[in-house]
Design a protein around this ligand. Structure first.
Ligand code: F6P
Length: 554
């Protein structure tokens, strides 16, 4: 149940929201450049260092007053109480009657957290110990394959939260990979994903991690069975236990699948799938980069948790990011949020955030069960710079839509190609300046004059070369993309998502919206298998099933 101290109502009906509305009308037409001119200290109160991160929120359409009005909104709605409810393990995931405790997974072991009368920290520590022992055995060649060869390939089979987080982290921590180890992620039920991988793998040196919270997900179980069948074409059924481990909350299903419970790594229903990379779902991370690096990832996240709990709203990075997101989403009506990491290692970061954010806050029913009358979850998308610059930045610079962008970079690379890195960083910095300043007609004119163009040519070309600028960005610069900093970065966005969901008054930790598609797919699958197409489908759906069947038949 929602704790009574937390207000649970339409944010747009609060006093602070009404003040924000008024304030929006006052500042909406002011340009970013004007805001800088009017506030000489703008940078000092809209940027700060926190741990290994530097945050710059100054190139946004807001003032100190905007953030203080949001702080009042947060107070009016009871954000501090909601944060406590999250960290203390109250059942804030009301529709599933569950606590939401990904923060417990990185909590120091000596700080008890009680769920249903039980201190869960010993359970967390025990599972971490198991993961550590297992990975050490693997890396030291004590857990060997069926021909006594060392395991060199890890294949994580999972989807959604059981794939995106670990995959993103392993990619981001490439420089920390244990030498000789190769890790792969298989998620799609499309066999074009798993087939080519199986063709190149040696079963004798491959370990499959079947990662599924429920152990019932169609994609994962199909891929897991395919992997198992492939394996026993080469080895015997008795060898399966050396090459297959499970990560799940569902012992019964793991046993049913034929994985020895000794080879099962547990987690619990109070860990949401998209928040689970810190749990044993992170086994693939531990096997890839070693337990020490995994514990640094946890430590970085835990430091961000402390910052989130302790810093006042005005200096609280995840909270400010949430405020800024709501400001654009609900007042400027921007709809989308671009995530632009200037780091190839973060290639999967926006993909990971899509699930974390959109599955959490893509809701239209409020916490009382009413339809919301305001906008909720943002559309999250993005690609690493500089690739994005040569793809979609045109629209960000000169399109009709305002797209708030998060620019993320690490100042210190993991390689020694300094020239590459200087160029990457120059682009990272230049883009936020270009997006804010744009290019006015007189600069374009003098540039074209210098190129020797005639006045007629200049008049014709000028409107296309003008950039209005005034496009908002937030910038996050960290030292290195180390395991600690990556942990902090992920926790930063997790808490941003929490605060936004809280303000929008939605339940961020369930995901009923994905169920209908699963149900219908299962019905259609049985029609495909039997050839008996149900008349209850609409005509378009019926025809599509029949079309598929006729292709299949031919
Ligand atoms: O897409 C729905 C979902 O339930 C996600 O929330 C989850 O991360 C994913 O499916 C995978 O679920 P599981 O880990 O149970 O296989």
């Amino acid at each position: 149940m929602q704790p009574s101290s937390i207000n649970n109502y339409d944010p747009t009906q609060t006093k602070s929201w009404k003040e924000l509305d008024q304030h929006f009308n006052e500042i909406k037409d002011q340009s970013l450049i004007d805001l800088f001119k009017e506030e000489p200290n703008r940078l000092s109160h809209l940027s700060f260092d926190e741990g290994n991160f530097y945050f710059d929120f100054s190139k946004n359409h807001l003032t100190k007053k905007t953030l203080s009005l949001f702080a009042s909104l947060a107070n009016e709605m009871g954000l501090s109480e909601a944060k406590k409810a999250l960290f203390q393990g109250q059942k804030i995931n009301k529709t599933e009657d569950r606590a939401v405790l990904h923060t417990a997974l990185r909590n120091p072991a000596d700080k008890p957290i009680i769920v249903e009368g039980e201190n869960i920290m010993p359970l967390v520590s025990e599972e971490l110990r198991k993961m550590k022992d297992f990975s050490i055995k693997l890396h030291q060649g004590k857990h060997l394959g069926y021909t006594s060869k060392k395991i060199l390939n890890i294949v994580n089979i999972g989807i959604g939260g059981s794939d995106l987080g670990p995959n993103m982290v392993c990619e981001a921590l490439k420089p920390y990979w244990i030498k000789g180890m190769n890790t792969y992620f298989i998620s799609n039920v499309d066999a074009s994903h798993i087939d080519p991988l199986l063709q190149k793998l040696d079963p004798a040196t491959t370990l499959f991690i079947i990662a599924s919270k429920t152990f019932t997900t169609q994609e994962t179980m199909t891929n897991a069975r395919t992997a198992r069948n492939w394996f026993i074409e080469h080895a015997s059924v008795q060898d399966v236990k050396k090459h297959f481990v499970a990560v799940s909350t569902n012992e019964e299903k793991v046993r049913e699948f034929g994985i020895d419970l000794q080879n099962m790594f547990k987690f619990w229903d109070w860990v949401g799938g998209r928040y689970s990379l810190w749990s044993s779902i992170g086994l693939s991370i531990v096997c890839t980069v070693g337990y020490d690096n995994f514990s640094k990832l946890l430590k970085g996240a835990q430091e961000m948790d402390d910052h989130f709990m302790q810093a006042p709203f005005e200096m609280n990075a995840p909270t400010l990011m949430a405020f800024i997101g709501v400001w654009y989403n609900n007042f400027f009506k921007t709809q989308t949020q671009a995530i632009l990491p200037y780091d190839q290692r973060l290639a999967y970061f926006s993909k990971y955030l899509q699930q974390a954010d959109m599955e959490s806050n893509g809701k239209s029913t409020d916490r009382k069960g009413h339809q919301v009358k305001y906008e909720t979850g943002q559309i999250i998308w993005g690609e690493p710079g500089t690739n994005g610059q040569h793809a979609f930045y045109q629209l960000i610079h000169q399109g009709t839509k305002m797209i708030p962008c998060d620019f993320i970079a690490a100042a210190l690379p993991a390689h020694d190609k300094i020239d590459h890195h200087d160029k990457l960083m120059a682009n990272f910095i230049a883009q936020t300046e270009a997006l804010m300043k744009g290019k006015d007609a007189s600069s374009v004119k003098s540039e074209l004059e210098q190129q020797g163009m005639s006045p007629e040519e200049i008049t014709a070309l000028l409107p296309f070369k003008v950039f209005d600028g005034n496009r908002p960005t937030s910038t996050l610069l960290m030292g290195k993309l180390s395991p600690e900093n990556l942990g902090g970065l992920i926790a930063l966005y997790e808490h941003k998502i929490f605060v936004q969901g809280f303000i929008w008054n939605v339940f961020s930790f369930d995901q009923w919206g994905v169920e209908l598609g699963k149900q219908l797919a299962s019905n259609i699958l049985s029609e495909i298998k039997t050839g008996d197409v149900h008349e209850s489908h609409d005509s378009s759906t019926q025809k599509m099933i029949r079309k598929y069947l006729s292709h299949k038949g031919s």
